[in-house]
Design a protein around this ligand. Sequence first.
Ligand SMILES: Nc1ncnc2c1ncn2[C@@H]1O[C@H](COP(=O)(O)OP(=O)(O)OP(=O)(O)O)[C@@H](O)[C@H]1O
Ligand SMILES: [Mg+2]
Length: 360
Amino acid sequence: MQPASIAAEIALDAVEKSFGNTPVIPPLSATLGAGEFTVVLGPSGCGKSTLLNMIAGLEPVSAGRIRIDGQEVQDWEPKDRGCAMVFQNYALYPHMTVAENIGYALKVAGIARAERQQRVEGAARVVQLGDLLDRRPGQLSGGQRQRVAIARAIVREPRVLLFDEPLSNLDAKLRHGMRMELSHLHRRIGATSVFVTHDQVEAMTLADKVLILNEGRIEQFGTPHEIYHFPASLFVAGFIGAPAMNLIEVEGDGTALRLPDGTALAGSAHRGRAVLGIRPEKLRIAEDGLPATIVYREDLGSHAVLVVRLGSGQEINVSTPLGGDTVAADQLSLHLPEAHVHLFDPASGQRLNVTQGQVR
Ligand SMILES: Nc1ncnc2c1ncn2[C@@H]1O[C@H](COP(=O)(O)OP(=O)(O)OP(=O)(O)O)[C@@H](O)[C@H]1O
Ligand SMILES: [Mg+2]
């Protein structure tokens, strides 16, 4: 198959959506780069599918403009937009072979048999289904069926590939394999891709850029590295990472960030209330740190997650490699490296520290 699609930039310009009187997406603007793999990530009901459907043309916008490759498309029919979509429930025609399923849209479009066959074989090769073209969907595994759905989308040589949770029906092992395949596929065909999921592992592993949605608003639009290491808001900080980032209410006195009982957690020039964030794996078990009591431990084989209680009563998560002694003890002592401390405004939830938390 030709590196099919001429990748196109997608520009969302104050795109809005309401269902009746209920606003679902307030004006939203973002530019998804040509050939980039953008993952739209957010909790259930935040508007991910709605956003994708507006790009595809399956759902009209309430206001705003969508440009694909510079052309305003928000009033165009879905079939004219050059987008192909892969859904979670990729209904294949059970009575058709894999080849017929993949080529159906081309047949409907009146493309001649010889060209159709060539394109179907090309698309099947891309998703490594070349040997299964004569099978019927009932004779395929879940992952193979998913690949048929993807081949059916790419055979049309779209400018834009849209995925709505295409992996959520697969088991964990298959999902891992499909993530790898999707990533390779993206590099081979180079179409601009938008992939909706609520699975942060998919987002972190597949994305060039992650667009994090919360109640229809963009919380952050950045690379996986940026959203993990430099979360723009409390929402992103709490949403990305497992176990989740520890978020602790503190008061800064200009020299240190302190718990209500006065305990200093980390040095800082910040004054006033703040939420301190620190990832469980960034806490250091040190000789002379904050005393803490282990109240719960989970041994995950490769590492352990400890729930520890500080002197103030505050409980936090610590993720640590399995080192016999420290993990076996009931007490330990913790250090919060300043470079890994994130600070957020408790009222707005926005990130406060622009210099700290950057060095990784
Ligand atoms: N046709 C509709 N009419 C009214 N409300 C709708 C309609 N479609 C979606 N909504 C509402 O819009 C909001 C966003 O829905 P959407 O399907 O985009 O969420 P999502 O982020 O894809 O969620 P999920 O992860 O569960 O698929 C939800 O509150 C939903 O109830
Ligand atoms: Mg959805």
